[in-house]
Design a protein around this ligand. Structure first.
Ligand SMILES: Cc1cc2nc3c(=O)[nH]c(=O)nc-3n(C[C@H](O)[C@H](O)[C@H](O)COP(=O)(O)OP(=O)(O)OC[C@H]3O[C@@H](n4cnc5c(N)ncnc54)[C@H](O)[C@@H]3O)c2cc1C
Length: 364
């Protein structure tokens, strides 16, 4: 790539957020270029690879329309259907909460979403990193791109947000993951306590393997991510077959503003992650479609991109705020010592913890 590329819309980052924006904008006739820093979309995997069912997503984000169509992925992407989430206290007491979802291969999942964007007409350029913006031109590692609208779908440390003067999510938690071989019960297991201070360790079963990992609050931690992971892996005797990889998970709750005159952020870059469990893929896709609709209207009749933030406030912010409040409460009362974590989990009990998992405040 050498000459300047002209596009209506430049999307930076081909994760779930970016590919969803690109797909829905291209389907409505927008000329879209999507750039991805990595050579291979979705690889290496830095995710627990759990997706809630469409029923669970609808229950969590009731204001969102067309969930079934948005999350209609080929059955080949479902590695294992999971029926419950098991929460394990520091003393190994466990609470099984019915919760429908499935594990996937995130690299294939992201590649599928990117292929949908390309089928809709978007041009995807891999191995291409956004660097900075000069006027209406974005400088990338493969040359300049001029675009009427720029979307930062480039994750929690968003370079686009920094260049455009939008806020970055604060309080990001480190989280690392790997693949372990073996037979695992079809239950997503979350382990709380000193094994993963301020967050949790997880087992997310696949077919003949599992995604295993830990996330933690850096303010409560005295070890590095790989050390926490090793302690967790040794404790459970995981037969780890892949390299450890990870990144940061925004844990602050919604941020504002997430849109300017000709730019906006989506997904992790916009802080759209459930603070109670670190899940962000469903939000990246719901927010991505809202962003696409606002961009299409902006390009057609000049409607402000702030309509995207208005829609996020209606659909995404209430559950995200509840989750963030719950997280603050957990930081104050539950985390910091195994005894407190144990007591809080026992006091909350199954019903309240089930509400928390679904981004509802546990009280009353
Ligand atoms: C260890 C871990 C486990 C997780 N487990 C789960 C889970 O089980 N379920 C769940 O729902 N969520 C999970 N999450 C959160 C989830 O991964 C994110 O919320 C989700 O990936 C957000 O999607 P996104 O498209 O906003 O960002 P990303 O998926 O991070 O995609 C951003 C893309 O932008 C690219 N990029 C970055 N900078 C540039 C640049 N300058 N130029 C071009 N491209 C760039 C990146 O390479 C990347 O491909 C987990 C997160 C971590 C770290």
């Amino acid at each position: 790539m050498s000459d300047i590329i002209d596009a209506d819309l430049l999307v930076v980052g081909a994760g779930p957020a970016g590919s969803t924006v690109a797909r829905y904008a291209a389907e409505q006739g927008v000329d879209v270029t999507i750039i991805e820093r990595r050579r291979k979309v979705g690889f290496p995997v830095r995710c627990g690879e759990f997706m809630p069912s469409t029923e669970e997503i609808t229950a969590m984000f009731p204001g969102s329309e067309g969930i079934s169509e948005l999350f209609d992925v080929p059955s080949s992407l479902v590695r294992r259907n999971l029926e419950a989430i098991r929460l394990v206290t520091p003393s190994s007491r466990s609470y099984d909460l019915p919760f429908q979802g499935y594990s996937t291969d995130r690299d294939l999942f992201d590649q599928y979403l990117a292929s949908e964007a390309v089928s809709a007409g978007a041009e995807l350029i891999t191995g291409c990193a956004f660097q900075r913006r000069e006027g209406d031109v974005c400088m990338t590692s493969q040359g300049p791109i001029r675009a009427k609208v720029v979307v930062g779908a480039d994750g929690p440390g968003s370079r686009v947000a920094q260049e455009m003067g939008l806020p970055l999510p604060k309080n990001a938690y480190p989280a690392v993951t790997a693949q372990a071989e073996g037979d695992f019960e079809p239950v997503l297991v979350m382990f709380f306590g000193g094994i993963a201070p301020g967050a949790y360790g997880w087992i997310i079963p696949k077919d003949g393997s599992a995604n295993v990992g830990v996330g933690f609050n850096p303010k409560l931690a005295d070890r590095r991510p790989a050390e926490y992971f090793q302690i967790f892996a040794d404790k459970h005797g995981f037969d780890v077959k892949s390299r450890l990889s990870g990144k940061h998970v925004p844990a602050q709750g919604p941020i504002s503003p997430i849109a300017g005159e000709d730019h906006l952020t989506v997904g992790d870059a916009a802080g759209h992650v459930m603070a109670v469990n670190g899940g962000g893929v469903p939000l990246a896709m719901i927010g991505g479609r809202l962003a696409a609709d606002a961009i299409v209207s902006n390009l057609r009749d000049g409607s402000p991109l702030s309509n995207y933030e208005r829609d996020c406030r209606r659909i995404l912010f209430p559950p995200l705020r509840s989750a963030a409040r719950t997280k603050v409460m957990a930081d104050v009362f539950a985390f910091g010592s195994d005894l407190r974590t144990e007591l809080c989990m026992r006091t909350l009990g199954r019903r309240r913890m089930a509400k928390m998992l679904r981004c509802r405040f546990p009280f009353p």
